[in-house]
Design a protein around this ligand. Structure first.
Ligand SMILES: [Ca+2]
Ligand SMILES: [Ca+2]
Ligand SMILES: [Ca+2]
Length: 253
């Protein structure tokens, strides 16, 4: 009997593992642009004509997250997005904020800054806890390629981490650790994404595939095929577990 319970628990654990990692798509820019303000336009991905991306060429834009997409007061959530830095394009910041606070620099919580000449990526360390200033987090990023970013924001401590994957990086790299929010206020619910031009450069900056997991740090890739075991693999594992359980029962007799 004990062994049967043991097998049932293991099967439940298998299903529970697959249920973790809840990404919600905010926009893949295939059917419109959810940003308001000066939101730019939808263009074809320079590397894949079948894919659409946001081309931001304006001054300021914002996107309001629905309650189900928002990071609640006192909790941690993760924003995933892809960025493509054109050669000699526009200096643009992307970051999290709160509805009602606005879109000024002082309203940014987390802030990643795409510098287009040279193609560096920086992040603002608002309270100096990660060393201060806006250090390079990717020096000499490769123009014309897509990078994936995971921005893990902790509302309670007012800090964030940035992980990235792309040319010149080794796997999924932690490139900003415990950087302080830029805004000096206690944000409460984090429910806005801001885009803002940095005052230099011209042209555009491309973004795609915005996802949020408002319930915690999530370093899985929402664009990767779902990690569900194939039926054959699952049955093989199940068979193995049942076999082990039977063996265990026989040994105990
Ligand atoms: Ca797209
Ligand atoms: Ca950290
Ligand atoms: Ca708070």
């Amino acid at each position: 009997m004990k062994s049967t319970i043991c097998v049932a628990m293991l099967i439940l654990a298998l299903f529970a593992t697959n249920a973790l990692g809840a990404w919600t798509l905010i926009s893949d820019f295939e059917s419109g642009n959810p940003f308001s303000g000066d939101p730019g336009s939808i263009v074809a991905d320079p590397n894949d004509a079948a894919n659409s991306m946001l081309s931001f060429s304006g001054d300021t834009a914002s996107l309001n997250l629905s309650p189900g997409q928002s990071i609640a007061d006192g909790t941690t959530g993760t924003l995933f997005f892809q960025a493509h830095i054109p050669d000699h394009g526009r200096d643009v910041s992307l970051g999290l904020s709160t509805q009602g606070s606005g879109t000024n620099w002082g309203d940014y919580l987390s802030q990643i800054i795409f510098i287009n000449n040279p193609t560096d990526v920086r992040a603002r360390d608002g309270d100096g806890s990660g060393g201060g200033g806006s250090p390079d987090i990717i020096s000499d990023a490769t123009a014309g390629e897509n990078y994936s970013f995971w921005m893990v924001a902790d509302e309670d401590s007012g800090s964030y981490d940035v992980y990235a994957e792309g040319p010149g990086l080794t796997g999924q790299a932690l490139i900003a650790d415990d950087f302080g929010f830029r805004a000096s206020f206690d944000p409460g619910t984090i429910n806005q994404i801001n885009l803002k031009e940095g005052g230099s450069g011209s042209g555009n900056m491309l973004f795609d595939n915005l996802y949020v997991d408002p319930l915690g740090q999530n370093l899985s890739n929402p664009l990767a095929p779902a990690a569900v075991p194939e039926p054959g693999t699952f049955l093989l594992a199940l068979g193995g577990l049942v076999g082990l359980a039977l063996l265990w029962r026989r040994r105990r007799k």
